[in-house]
Design a protein around this ligand. Structure first.
Ligand SMILES: Nc1ncnc2c1ncn2[C@@H]1O[C@H](COP(=O)(O)OP(=O)(O)OP(=O)(O)O)[C@@H](O)[C@H]1O
Ligand SMILES: [Mg+2]
Length: 609
C-alpha cells in the first residue's frame, strides 16, 4: 500500500508562518539526569561488554598509578644511591609497564567504541521508526533539513557523548587512584598538589554559565544551515528558473556567517580552558618542588628525592584527567543538547493512533460516511465545515471545486493523515478513529496530488506498496494503463533506475507510475487526487475505460479540476470555501445552474471539454 501525500514533491518547501518545532525550546540545562537514565536503558543489552571495559579500565588505571611510583623507586635505588645492580631489569619493567599501559588503554577504547557505536545504531533506528509514526502536523511544522540534522548530527553527537562519558569515568577513577596514592605517600605535599583544584571549580562554574549558551547557539545555527541547504537543493530547478541564485546565496551566506560566529564564540570558550589548567598545574608543581626540595635539603630522611620525583609525576598525571574533563566539557555540553533533542522527537506523541487496535478491520466493504465533520490544521481557520457525505460501496463520487476549497483536506482526514476536529467519519459503519492508520492504509489506496517517485527502479516504484507483486503483475497493470511500451523503451526497462523525485520523467509519466502503483494494490477504496491532471486528454480518455472496469466494484473518490474526468461519476460534490455547496449528478447540477454549471460553462468556452 502506498503511503499518502506526505511524500509529495517539494516537501522541503513547507513551513508556514507559525512554527512549534523541536528547536523552539529554551537553552537546555547542561546536565539532565533523565537523559542519562534513558541512555542507560540502551546500554543494558551490552552489560557484558561493559564489564570487560570496566576491567580494562581498572587495569589501565593500575598501570597509570604504578608507573610514577616505579620511576621514583628507580631514581631512589639506582641514581640516588649510585647502585647499578638490577638497573637494566628495573628499566625493562618500566618498558613493560608502558606496554601494559598501551594494552589497557587500547582494549578499553576499543570496547567502548564498540558499545557506543551499537547503542548509536539502535537509537538511530528507533528515531527513524518513530518518525514514520508521527502525524502530518509534525512534519508541517518541522522542516526536513532540521529533521535530517537530528538523525545525522545529533546522533553523532550522542555517540561522542557516550564515548566521552565512559572515558571521563575512566579519568575519574584514575584521578581517585592517583589522589589516594599521593595521600599515602605524603599528606602535606598531596594537599599542595590539590590546593588549586577549588580555584579551578570556581572558574569552571563561572565559565559554564556563558559557555552553555554559546554551545546551544552552535546547534541551532547548524540546524538552520541544514534546513536551508535542503530547501535549496530540493527546489533547485525553481531557484534557477527564477534566477534566485544570488539572493539565495546571500541568505545562505548570512546563515552560514551566524553559524561561523557561534562556532567561533564556542571555540573561544573552549580554548580558554586548557591553558587555564596548565597555569594551575604549574603553580602546584612549583609549590611541590619548593616545599619538597626544602624538606630534602633540611635533611629530612622521611622524604627522598625519588619520592619527590614520583610526586611531581603524579601531579602531572593528576592534571591530565582534569584537563581531559575540562576539554570534554564542550562535547558533553553539545551532546546533552543533542540527547535532549533526540529524546524530544522520540517523546513526540504520534497523535494519530498507530498501535494495533482491537478491531478486526481486515477487509473493508467500502461504505464511507462523513457526519458533521469539521477540520482545521494547526493554527488555521476551518478548512472543512460541517461536511456530511455518504458514499456507498461500489459508488464513484467526484469532488470538484476551486483551488484551496478543501478537497485534498477532505481525503486527508479520511485516510487519517490528520484527525477531524469534530464530527466523525465511518467506514462500514465504524468510526475510523477506532482503526489504526496502518489498517486504513491497507484498505484505502490513494494517489496523491503530487506524484512522488522514490529513488529506485521503475519496478520497485510500482510495487512499493505490495512488495510481493511479481514482474508479470506489474507489467499487466502497466499494459492496462498504457505505459508498458514507454517503460520498455527506457535503457533498462522495468529495472531502469530513477533518481529521487523522478525528475527525469515528465509529470504525466510520474502520474501514470503512481497510478500503476495504486492499481497493483487491491483495496476496496480508491482515492484519486488529481491523479490524471497532467495526462493529456486523449490518453486519459483511453485509460478511463480500463479504470472504469477496475473501479466498477470499488468505492472511488475522484478529485478533479478537469470536469470531463468527473462528469461520469455517480455523484458530484462541489466544495467551496470549506463547505459542500452542491451535490448531484452531472445533469442535475447543470440544471441547477450553480457553481458546477459555471465551471462547466467556463471549460466549454476554453474548449477544454
Ligand atoms: N498542511 C497544511 N497546514 C495548514 N493549512 C493547510 C495545509 N494544507 C492545506 N492547508 C490549507 O487548507 C485549505 C484547503 O486546502 P486543500 O489542499 O484541501 O485544497 P484543495 O481543494 O485540495 O486545493 P487544490 O485544488 O489546489 O488542490 C487551503 O486554504 C490551504 O491553504
Ligand atoms: Mg488538492
Amino acid at each position: 500500500m502506498m503511503n499518502f501525500g506526505h511524500y509529495g514533491g517539494g516537501y522541503g518547501m513547507r513551513g508556514r508562518g507559525y512554527r512549534n518545532n523541536i528547536d523552539d525550546d529554551q537553552t537546555p540545562s547542561h546536565y539532565d539526569s533523565q537523559i542519562i537514565k534513558r541512555m542507560i536503558k540502551y546500554f543494558i543489552p551490552y552489560r557484558y561488554l561493559i564489564i570487560v571495559s570496566i576491567l580494562a579500565m581498572f587495569f589501565y588505571t593500575g598501570v597509570t598509578i604504578a608507573t610514577p611510583w616505579w620511576i621514583g623507586k628507580i631514581i631512589e635505588k639506582h641514581i640516588n644511591s649510585s647502585s647499578a645492580e638490577g638497573f637494566p631489569v628495573a628499566l625493562l619493567i618500566l618498558i613493560v609497564l608502558g606496554i601494559m599501559h598501551f594494552i589497557g588503554n587500547y582494549a578499553y577504547i576499543r570496547v567502548i567504541a564498540r558499545i557506543s557505536t551499537k547503542v548509536l545504531l539502535s537509537i538511530r533506528i528507533n528515531l527513524f521508526k518513530h518518525m514514520h509514526k508521527l502525524s502530518q502536523s509534525f512534519f508541517d511544522q518541522n522542516e526536513v533539513g532540521r529533521l535530517i540534522s537530528r538523525l545525522v548530527h545529533d546522533i553523532e553527537q550522542l555517540r561522542e557523548f557516550l564515548s566521552i562519558f565512559v572515558i571521563t569515568l575512566g579519568d575519574l577513577i584514575s584521578l581517585f587512584g592517583i589522589l589516594t596514592i599521593m595521600f599515602i605517600m605524603n599528606v602535606q605535599l598531596a594537599l599542595l598538589s590539590i590546593i588549586t583544584i577549588p580555584i579551578w571549580i570556581i572558574i569552571i562554574t563561572l565559565w559554564q554559565r556563558h559557555a552553555r549558551k554559546a554551545f546551544y547557539r552552535t546547534r541551532v545555527t547548524t540546524a538552520n544551515v541544514n534546513a536551508q541547504l535542503n530547501e535549496n537543493i530540493s527546489g533547485i530547478r525553481l531557484i534557477q528558473s527564477l534566477n534566485r541564485e544570488k539572493p539565495n546565496a546571500r541568505m545562505f551566506g548570512n546563515t552560514n556567517y551566524s553559524n561561523l560566529e557561534s562556532h567561533l564564540t564556542a571555540t573561544r570558550f573552549q580554548a580558554a580552558l586548557m591553558p587555564g589548567v596548565e597555569i594551575l598545574n604549574s603553580i602546584s608543581i612549583s609549590l611541590i618542588i619548593f616545599i619538597g626540595g626544602l624538606t630534602i635539603l633540611n635533611g629530612n630522611t622521611n622524604f627522598t628525592i625519588g619520592e619527590l620525583i614520583a610526586f611531581l609525576l603524579y601531579t602531572y598525571r593528576l592534571y591530565e584527567p582534569i584537563r581531559q574533563l575540562s576539554m570534554q566539557y564542550g562535547f558533553l555540553q553539545r551532546a546533552m543538547v543533542a540527547g535532549q533533542r533526540v529524546f524530544k522527537i522520540l517523546d513526540t506523541d504520534p497523535k494519530i493512533e498507530f498501535r494495533k487496535t482491537n478491531s478486526h478491520f481486515i477487509y473493508s466493504k467500502g461504505d464511507i460516511e462523513f457526519k458533521n465533520v469539521n477540520f482545521h490544521y494547526t493554527n488555521t481557520d476551518l478548512v472543512l465545515t460541517d461536511i456530511n457525505l455518504q458514499i456507498k460501496h461500489g459508488e464513484t463520487i467526484a469532488i470538484v471545486g476551486p483551488t484551496g476549497g478543501g478537497k485534498t483536506s477532505l481525503v486527508s482526514v479520511l485516510t487519517r493523515l490528520y484527525d477531524v476536529t469534530s464530527g466523525e467519519i465511518t467506514i462500514d459503519g465504524k468510526n475510523i478513529k477506532t482503526f489504526s492508520q496502518q489498517d486504513i492504509a491497507k484498505n484505502i489506496t490513494m494517489i496523491p496530488q503530487d506524484p512522488f517517485i522514490f529513488s529506485n527502479t521503475i519496478l520497485e516504484n510500482i510495487r512499493y506498496g505490495k512488495t510481493d507483486a511479481t514482474q508479470e503483475e506489474v507489467e499487466k497493470v502497466c499494459k492496462l494503463i498504457g505505459i508498458h511500451n514507454f517503460i520498455l523503451k527506457l535503457p533498462s526497462g522495468y529495472n531502469h533506475f530513477i533518481q529521487e523525485g523522478g525528475v527525469s520523467l515528465s509529470v504525466g509519466e510520474r502520474q501514470l507510475i503512481c497510478l500503476a502503483r495504486a492499481l497493483i494494490t487491491n483495496s476496496n477504496i480508491v482515492i484519486l487526487d488529481e491523479a490524471t491532471s497532467n495526462i493529456d486528454s486523449s490518453t486519459e480518455e483511453s485509460i478511463s475505460h480500463t479504470l472504469n472496469q477496475i473501479f466498477s466494484k470499488k468505492t472511488v473518490i475522484i478529485i478533479a479540476h478537469r470536469l470531463s474526468t468527473a462528469k461520469n461519476a455517480d455523484k458530484i460534490n462541489v466544495i467551496e470555501n470549506s463547505k459542500i455547496t452542491e451535490t448531484g449528478t452531472h445533469d442535475t447540477l447543470i440544471k441547477q445552474k450553480g457553481t458546477y454549471y459555471n465551471l462547466w460553462e467556463n471549460k466549454a468556452k476554453s474548449t477544454e471539454r
